[in-house]
Design a protein around this ligand. Structure first.
Ligand SMILES: NC(=O)c1ccc[n+]([C@@H]2O[C@H](COP(=O)([O-])OP(=O)(O)OC[C@H]3O[C@@H](n4cnc5c(N)ncnc54)[C@H](O)[C@@H]3O)[C@@H](O)[C@H]2O)c1
Ligand SMILES: O=C(O)CC[C@@H](O)C(=O)O
Length: 528
């Protein structure tokens, strides 16, 4: 039975769904890093919110971990590159808390506009400071949104409802989309210069870190107000303190901090500063949404191989997963075959899908072909990290689909280009389930692969098969199947190929003997 750990406080719905789907689940929120490290090897899946830090040390101890599910959006508490290296799929729930977070940003804006937190504290302290808390309307004011993705767009919609004028800065926002949203797309400097309120909704990246720093405050309209419900680190907190203290800006509201939990911070106690403890996603509705979604996604992956909202794997629905299953095996064999017969550095890999397979979701198949191709050449490769490794090593990967079937109703053809030229391996499925290699370079063949294989290219001369059989027999190696092929139908004297399935591994000594046989050009032992 697969086993999952819920390591952060999550709606009970998550555990309920895991159990209903037949997944064993432990709930242990609030564990220390050492406690997590000590128990993580027991689990196939780890479900977290933002408190648990999934570090390389935790991942190194996670011997059985296959999937990490983030009940939320940002995955900055998970070391995704390291998870990818280790073949662990990382998924998030990108929409479950968007409305809630957008509503929090709007609430923060309103809290700033009407001084609600300070007025509340003062009133409950028995003061009646009516004139101290003069506010501003948001009606007719300009809201500048930095980051117009899911949450930014919802904020824009709500702000338009409040009759604000909305500016958006996002390198990926098209003019057409901005028009549809009813907002004006601007450059960052214009946004700073023209906005009465500024709200941030980008992830924290190398490009966005400190995006609102001293230079930005200098460009802002005097009296502007700033909201950050995205990620700490987007706002330079020291520069913000200076801008508040100097009166350059009229207020700021942060839900997120450079260091969390923010139990101490230089901004605390600053006039016109509002803080909440990373509450953006904290509504009953959002927490139920993300808990249900994360548990369903993780169960799908662990039980059926379906992949939804993964950050390091192509998507694959739970319905598609069983259809792709036999092709996964074929993809692994085609890739593995090409990888084992390739001896010099890979430059290009072209993966062609022909006939029935071309109608399916081929992205996961490409990942598996690459895994098979790279696995003989390097350690620790898996379908999650294979596309990344190929990219890092400058291997150009092309995926081509031909809807029309050729000689076979379905075919995967892998052509690899190396310094020494091209090699091609093609495979099909017999009866829609049994993988067969049907061509190696220009040689048609029909071979079922098994764990131990011998691949021989030889001069097509009488006596070769007998000599090979005797050599294997003398070494106590039993032949299970023997497949032969030669290019075209032009008779003997050319090159031929033999793919021999054997019941025992062919060691180096035997391989040397085979390579020394008359007519053998090259023999290789392959493993699948
Ligand atoms: N406070 C909370 O509890 C809470 C809750 C949910 C999400 N969040 C955070 O909110 C952020 C946004 O979430 P989302 O769902 O809208 O994400 P999203 O991916 O849909 O949108 C992010 C947008 O930022 C844009 N962007 C990227 N780099 C940019 C740059 N340099 N300048 C301007 N825009 C840039 C992207 O193009 C994208 O449109 C995430 O970082 C997420 O972690 C916080
Ligand atoms: O889980 C939370 O409370 C915060 C989630 C939020 O930061 C997110 O990125 O989705």
């Amino acid at each position: 039975m697969v086993k999952v750990l819920i390591a952060d406080k999550m709606s009970p719905k998550a555990a309920e769904i895991f159990r209903d789907r037949g997944v064993d689940v432990d709930e242990k929120p609030g564990m220390s890093p050492d406690e997590l490290k000590a128990c993580i090897a027991e689990y196939d899946g780890l479900a977290v919110r933002s408190a648990t830090k999934v570090t390389p040390e935790i991942l190194a101890a996670a011997d059985n971990l296959k999937v990490i599910g983030r009940a939320g959006i940002g995955v900055d508490n998970i070391n995704v590159p390291e998870a990818t290296n280790r073949g662990v799929v990382v998924m998030n729930t990108p929409f479950g808390n968007s409305i809630t977070t957008a509503e929090h940003a709007i609430s923060m804006m309103m809290a700033l506009a009407r001084n609600i937190p300070a007025a509340n504290a003062s009133t409950q302290a028995g003061k009646w400071e009516k004139s101290k808390f003069m506010g501003v309307e948001v009606h007719g004011k300009v809201l500048g949104i930095i980051g117009c993705g899911n949450i930014g767009q919802i904020v824009a919609d709500r702000a338009l409802g409040l009759k604000m004028r909305v500016l958006g800065y996002d390198p990926f926002l098209s003019e057409d989309r901005a028009r549809e949203l009813g907002i004006r797309r601007v450059e960052l400097d214009e946004l700073f210069a023209k906005s009465d309120f500024i709200t941030l909704h980008t992830p924290l990246t190398d490009q966005t870190r400190g995006i609102v720093g001293k230079a930005a405050f200098d460009k802002m309209k005097p009296g502007a107000r700033l909201v950050n419900c995205a990620r700490g680190g987007l706002v330079d907190e020291a520069a913000l303190k200076e801008a508040l203290d100097s009166g350059k800006i009229a207020g700021a509201a942060l839900d997120v901090f450079a260091e969390e939990p923010a139990k101490e911070n230089a901004l605390f106690g600053t006039a016109n500063f509002v803080a909440t403890p990373h509450l953006g996603a904290s509504t009953t509705e959002a927490q139920v949404n993300v808990a249900i979604q994360v548990a369903e996604q993780m169960s799908d992956y662990l039980l059926t191989g379906g992949v939804t909202n993964a950050l390091n794997m192509p998507s694959l629905s739970a319905e598609e997963a069983p259809l792709l299953q036999p092709y996964m095996k074929l993809a692994e064999q085609v890739g593995g075959f090409a990888g084992q017969i390739t001896e010099s550095s890979l430059k290009k890999a072209r993966i062609e899908y022909e006939g029935h397979v071309a109608t399916l979701n081929t992205k996961p198949l490409t990942a598996v072909v690459l895994e098979g191709l790279l696995a003989p050449l390097m350690d620790s490769v898996n379908m999650v990290n294979a596309p990344v490794i190929a990219r890092e090593r400058d291997i150009e990967v092309a995926e081509v689909k031909h809807d029309r079937a050729g000689d076979y109703h379905t075919l995967i053809r892998l052509t690899v280009e190396t310094d020494r030229g091209e090699r091609t391996v093609s495979g099909t499925l017999f009866a829609n389930e049994a993988p067969r290699i049907v061509r190696i370079n220009d040689v048609p063949i029909e071979a079922r692969l098994s764990q131990h294989m011998l691949y021989v290219t030889n001069n097509d001369k009488p006596g070769f098969i007998g000599a090979l059989g005797s050599t294997l027999g003398e070494a106590g190696i039993n032949i299970a199947r023997f497949s032969l092929g030669r290019p075209g139908d032009d008779g003997p004297d050319g090159i031929a190929v033999a793919l021999v399935a054997v019941d025992q591994p062919v060691g180096k000594e035997v391989l040397d003997k085979i390579n020394a046989l008359t007519h053998v050009r090259q023999a290789k032992a392959l493993r699948f």
